[in-house]
Design a protein around this ligand. Structure first.
Ligand SMILES: NC(=O)c1ccc[n+]([C@@H]2O[C@H](COP(=O)([O-])OP(=O)(O)OC[C@H]3O[C@@H](n4cnc5c(N)ncnc54)[C@H](OP(=O)(O)O)[C@@H]3O)[C@@H](O)[C@H]2O)c1
Ligand SMILES: *[C@@H]1O[C@H](CO)[C@@H](O)[C@H](O)[C@H]1NC(C)=O
Ligand SMILES: *[C@@H]1O[C@H](CO)[C@@H](O)[C@H](O)[C@H]1NC(C)=O
Length: 343
């Protein structure tokens, strides 16, 4: 009897040892993977500086806001849903002592009217903006055919055009804070982007997706919008040279956030779990390069560059000036139909 019990115990230990060692091995592998995931080492006090983050209620934007407030910055949480902004701020207050100031505001980048209203409130409430972080972004399967209020394809409209309009309307406020910064959160997926100026709303790709013909490219709407982010950063850096307003584009790395909420079902998440553990950063790890671009003094003057892992990144995309100017011109025309922009 005693013998059986002892045997049972040793089996139990053995069975427990297997999953435990698997978990330990995964943990070690992740640690090894993360050796290249650089951290923002800048930790200067940011008291007196005003940061504006779009999409700050979730993922990378939220972690960026949290870290900035810890360094005593004043942070405007510009969110599509005001109640989510307030909730995010309340949660940060609960979790950490905040030396800074957090301001929830409503901004829907899928509506020009919302952007205009938001800018008006900013202009009456704030004298200057030190750092604008264009972080908000969406990924929506193309067959859903989602459009902004003005009828633009959702990735083009929100990820690029909405930020293009917002940024241009805020330039006076940024110049007033010089030396100041604009950080544009793009992605290395911009390298798969391809701009067809005759069809920026992707009508052909959307029709194909609706018919179940998937594109050779992974969500071309998203990749294109991330390419537009880089072109926008380059063009803006040129236009702002000599003003003391620096512009940086960056990629946070592949992170586990809510970004794929419309693309993945729960069981797909389950199947992806090992990939998540091994290859994906947390939102906090992803926020490091954004923070670096927003606050590290050492990069001042490197306007127009693209950063990843807190270092300059060499893109494989064959950028050309003509495409850059064309995108600027088209974007300007599309928003000018609303209001002249001060450039
Ligand atoms: N996660 C990654 O692996 C990864 C990799 C490379 C680049 N990025 C980039 O990182 C940025 C942040 O994404 P994330 O991963 O942190 O995703 P996330 O958790 O989904 O956060 C996206 C944020 O954008 C906001 N947003 C969406 N549509 C908006 C609109 N029309 N107006 C205003 N705000 C809007 C969302 O607000 P709601 O919560 O109200 O929807 C949310 O706060 C994006 O630009 C993304 O392209 C992410
Ligand atoms: C995209 O769609 C919008 C809304 O229908 C339209 O105003 C615009 O001209 C279209 N094309 C381009 C290239 O933006
Ligand atoms: C862009 O617009 C400017 C000013 O309107 C014009 O001179 C230039 O030719 C345009 N360039 C392209 C590539 O569209």
């Amino acid at each position: 009897m005693l013998e059986t019990l002892q045997m049972f115990q040793s089996y139990a230990v053995l069975y427990a040892a297997v999953p435990v060692s698997v978990i330990v091995a995964l943990g070690l592998f992740r640690k090894w993977r993360s050796r290249n995931w650089a951290k923002c080492l800048s930790n200067t006090c940011l008291r007196g500086k005003t940061f504006l983050i779009t999409g700050a209620n979730s993922g990378i934007g939220l972690e960026t806001g949290k870290a900035l407030v810890k360094r005593k910055a004043r942070v405007i949480f510009a969110c599509r849903d005001l109640s989510k902004a307030k909730e995010a701020i309340a949660n940060i207050r609960k979790g950490q002592p905040t030396g800074g100031e957090m301001i929830p505001m409503q901004l829907d980048l899928a509506s020009f009217e919302s952007i205009e209203k938001f800018v008006e409130v900013i202009k009456t409430g704030f004298h200057k903006i030190d750092v604008l972080i264009n972080n908000a972004g969406v990924v929506v399967p193309l067959d859903r055919d989602v459009k902004t209020k003005e009828g633009f394809e959702i990735h083009f409209g929100v990820n690029h055009l909405g930020h293009f309009y917002l940024t241009n309307l805020l330039l006076d406020h940024l110049k007033r804070a010089s030396p100041s910064r604009i950080v544009i959160v793009s992605s290395t997926l911009h390298q798969s982007g391809k701009l067809d100026f005759d069809d920026l709303n992707l009508t052909k790709e959307i029709e194909a997706a609706k018919l179940g013909r998937s594109s050779a490219r992974r969500n071309p709407g998203y990749c294109n919008s991330k390419l537009m982010n880089v072109y926008f950063a380059k063009a803006l850096a040129d236009k702002l040279s000599g003003t003391g307003v620096d512009v940086y584009a960056c990629c946070p790395g592949f992170c586990y956030t809510d970004l794929f909420r419309y693309s993945l079902k729960w069981y797909q998440y389950l199947m992806l779990a090992p990939v998540l553990v091994l290859f994906m950063r947390s939102a906090k790890e992803g926020s490091e390069t954004v923070l670096y671009c927003a606050t590290d003094y050492s990069i001042e003057g490197t306007s127009g560059k693209f950063y990843r892992n807190c270092s300059p990144f060499e893109s494989k995309y064959p950028f050309n000036k003509e495409e850059e100017i064309k995108l600027w011109n088209v974007s300007e025309e599309l928003v000018k139909a609303r209001k002249p922009i001060p450039l």
